[in-house]
Design a protein around this ligand. Structure first.
Ligand code: SAH
Length: 230
């Protein structure tokens, strides 16, 4: 067996056991588990961390940012799919704030026609595009912008997921959520944060639930265009 084939097989086994781990921690939606089973997380991280690619933990991706913990990504995806029984593209459009390396974008691409993702650090946005291309994923659009302001041209989304914490759910995001849509955003400060789920029942009827404690990097204003912030 060639070295590449053996490595692939090892990654496949490691991915299987990571999926068993997130399932044992409480993720039960088979659509979500399947998406994790087919997404090559090792292709989204730096080679130096590849031996830890399938551990259920966040890892550094440079620029003081991290790739999120698989269980937390799975939990957020499970929450936006809850009550939706469609197998194929259950949602039309999803907005992601904080593309990072593009791993969550890859997971989300299984559940909608198109993922719209915003990243404020330009070199990371470029790297995410390259990672997604290598993984063969095409139904996404990535923009370098400040995600707390929403998608730059006014658009509505069936679901919105933020991967960075802020002290309030940004208002422009609530405005860009479709009726019947769900928005998940970590809310709090760098030490104490919880996932907050917002459901838009009617144009002006919004339900807000505070859920699990989490640990995300901060949502910051403005954009970064150069390579200096390592
Ligand atoms: N979704 C990623 C998580 C990346 S970490 C994953 O799959 O692992 C969070 C990301 O949010 C960082 O890359 C950070 O640069 C970005 N971010 C922080 N504030 C932001 C903002 N206002 N707009 C867009 N991206 C932001």
């Amino acid at each position: 067996m060639s070295f590449e084939k053996k490595t692939d097989l090892n990654y496949q086994r490691a991915r299987q056991s990571m999926v068993e781990e997130i399932s044992s921690k409480g993720i039960s939606d088979l659509r979500v588990l399947e998406a994790f089973l087919k997404t090559p997380r090792h292709m989204f991280i730096d080679g130096a961390f590849s031996s830890r690619a399938y551990q259920d933990m966040s890892l550094p991706i440079g620029y003081h940012q991290t790739i999120s913990q698989p269980f937390v990504v799975a939990r957020m995806v499970e929450l936006i799919l809850k009550g939706n029984i469609f197998q194929k593209s259950p949602l039309g459009t999803i907005l992601e704030i904080g593309t990072g390396c593009g791993y969550q974008t890859a997971i989300l691409s299984n559940f909608c026609r198109k993922v719209f993702s915003i990243e404020r650090i330009s070199p990371l946005a470029e790297r995410a595009k390259a990672n997604l291309q290598s993984a063969g994923i095409k139904n996404y659009l990535i923009r370098c912008a400040d995600g707390s302001l929403g998608w730059p041209t006014f658009k509505k989304f069936d679901a919105i997921i933020c991967s960075a914490v802020s002290n309030n759910v940004p208002d422009p995001l609530i405005k860009q959520l479709n009726v019947s849509g769900k928005l998940i955003c970590p809310v709090g400060n760098e030490k104490n944060q919880n996932l907050v789920l917002i459901e838009k029942k009617e144009k002006k009827e919004i339900i807000r639930k505070v859920l699990d404690p989490v640990l995300f990097v901060p949502m910051l204003p403005g954009i970064v265009n150069d390579d200096k912030v390592k």
